[in-house]
Design a protein around this ligand. Structure first.
Ligand SMILES: NC(=O)c1ccc[n+]([C@@H]2O[C@H](COP(=O)([O-])OP(=O)(O)OC[C@H]3O[C@@H](n4cnc5c(N)ncnc54)[C@H](OP(=O)(O)O)[C@@H]3O)[C@@H](O)[C@H]2O)c1
Length: 221
């Protein structure tokens, strides 16, 4: 398969790159500004692209002619600690997180739509934090809203791209030990990635736009 992954220089994105290279696929790994952990991978299956999903600028590097799997993984959390409480969240923070976590995947799909192969899959990485049904603790305004927005955007993409033979799903990676959560979390990157890759491999057994956790369980939203 020809696979494109955004936000691939570290964390879950880098884990996906390692996983799919190991499986023998061609991987276009997109980094924002620094190649990070991608510099440690030596493989002819690895193709690097510089792509900051926060703006409409074209990616720097050669795009694949066709894409079988697109993983919209790039994301930010926004302010930590009390920075996203009702009293402290700012309009600028709301818009900055929304721009990357919700609009970013839309920009990527708009640019790549003509390259998506018939039978291809798009996996948009959201978060259970974007589930209204799961929100019993409040707060985290920017991240929750942006990831909820992505679930809805992903559902519309699923409807709109179905006639093109593209199947779109939305994933929750679990609570994963990466920089985003200061290496706290319940599972490591390889467990999360292996789980999500299994879901992706059987993507068509899920409804278009369905929201699914790394362990294959659908999440109400
Ligand atoms: N970790 C968890 O427990 C958890 C739970 C639920 C959902 N998620 C989601 O999983 C995805 C990956 O998260 P992670 O835990 O691996 O986070 P991470 O370690 O913080 O990595 C985030 C990645 O996104 C990239 N990125 C950020 N802004 C970008 C931009 N404007 N353009 C392109 N790339 C950008 C980062 O690039 P730089 O290295 O250049 O900053 C980095 O490679 C995110 O969408 C996150 O919301 C994570």
């Amino acid at each position: 398969m020809d696979i494109l992954i955004t936000g691939a220089a570290r964390g879950i994105g880098l884990g996906f790159v390692r996983y799919y290279i190991e499986q023998g696929h061609q991987v276009w790994a997109c980094y924002r500004s620094d190649i990070g952990g991608l510099g440690d991978i030596s493989s002819k299956q690895l193709h690097l692209l510089r792509w900051d999903v926060s703006c409409d600028d074209a990616p720097y590097g050669e795009l694949p002619a066709t894409i079988d799997l697109l993983i919209n993984n790039a994301g930010i959390y926004g302010p930590g600690k009390d920075g996203q409480s009702l009293s402290n969240i700012t309009s600028a923070d709301m818009l900055a997180v929304f721009n990357i976590d919700c609009v970013g995947p839309l920009r990527v799909v708009q640019r790549l739509q003509s390259r998506l192969a018939h039978g291809s899959v798009i996996a948009n990485i959201s978060s259970k934090m974007g589930s209204s049904a799961d929100n019993n603790s409040g707060g985290t305004y920017a991240y929750r809203a942006a990831k909820a927005g992505l679930i809805i955007v992903s559902k519309s993409m699923a409807v709109d791209l179905a006639p093109q033979g593209v199947h779109v799903i939305t994933l929750h990676p679990g609570w994963v030990r990466t920089d985003m959560v200061q290496q706290t979390g319940l599972i490591d990157v390889s467990t999360s990635v292996a789980g999500m890759a299994t879901v992706i491999a059987s993507a068509r057994s899920y409804d278009p736009g369905q929201f699914i956790a790394f362990d294959g369980k659908p999440i109400p939203y």
